[in-house]
Design a binder for this molecule. Structure first.
Ligand SMILES: [Zn+2]
Length: 260
């Protein structure tokens, strides 16, 4: 889809991928996704607690108290949302249901598309709503990290499949479990990546030809996000990635994704 928006062309592209996607289970992911797992600090292959990183350069340097237009009644877009748009995020009308209760999102943004510097559009297979500061990390990951590593692999990213954002629920959907980072709009689930040439990259599996890409995606995700749970972490993440920016004491990070 480089440099142009051809809806018919994209529809054909999506249709041609539907078979491979269903084989990879992305459709099931979107319907049947669970959330972050139990005992995160005790089990699973912690690959490496990486040092804190502030990689985006996209964060709005605004003190909350001074940001009178936080998107909650200021009458205009928040500073964060302006930064989001300046960096390629395409804002959609609010999805609603994000303003009250324990699942409220501060400064929410709903989006399904990121424009990268060469003008190409990277799509999400469904619109998501997340906290705007988290959305900045997501689009930076897409624009700066995924796009670059796909080019190194002589491919070009087209779409994130099986995505999920805000969801008002406890971890793993278990009543009594701590509230999920998804509830505060601070998390993203991704089932796989689709390339412009029609290839689909699932995060689970052991295909040797795609191992280097999966390793590169793992590295980029674990540098960008403070929590990465994927295949090998627990039964809830055997077929997708959970990414969030949960803050922990001493900057501890979780990177649990066993690339086979
Ligand atoms: Zn999740």
């Amino acid at each position: 889809m480089a440099g142009r928006q051809n809806r018919r062309g994209f529809a054909g592209f999506a249709l041609s991928l539907s078979l491979s996607l269903s084989m990879l289970g992305f459709g099931a992911l979107a319907r049947d996704r669970q959330t972050e797992g139990h005992g995160l600090l005790q089990s699973g292959p912690v690959l490496a607690p990486l040092p804190p990183k502030r990689p985006t350069g996209l964060r709005p340097h605004v003190e909350p108290a001074q940001d009178s237009s936080s998107g909650q009644g200021g009458g205009g877009p928040s500073t964060c949302i302006r930064v989001f748009e300046e960096n390629g995020g395409v804002v959609l009308p609010s999805a609603g249901g994000t303003s009250t209760g324990e699942c409220a999102i501060e400064d929410p943004v709903t989006f399904q598309r990121v424009t990268i510097p060469d003008g190409s559009k990277i799509e999400l297979d469904s619109a998501i709503t997340v906290r705007c500061p988290f959305a900045l990390e997501v689009i930076a990951w897409v624009r700066d990290d995924l796009t670059a590593l796909m080019k190194r692999e002589n491919s070009q990213l087209a779409k994130l499949a099986g995505v999920g954002g805000h969801a008002c629920r406890a971890r793993n959907g278990d009543a009594g479990a701590p509230i999920s980072e998804h509830a505060s709009g601070n998390a993203l689930d991704v089932g796989g990546l689709l390339m412009q040439d029609g290839r689909a990259l699932a995060f689970v599996g052991n295909e040797s030809e795609s191992r280097s890409i999966r390793e590169a995606v793992q590295k980029s995700a674990c540098q960008r996000f403070t929590t990465v749970l994927g295949p090998g972490a627990d039964s809830s993440h055997k077929d997708h990635l959970h990414l969030d920016m949960r803050e922990r004491p001493r900057g501890f990070r979780i990177c649990q994704w066993t690339v086979e």
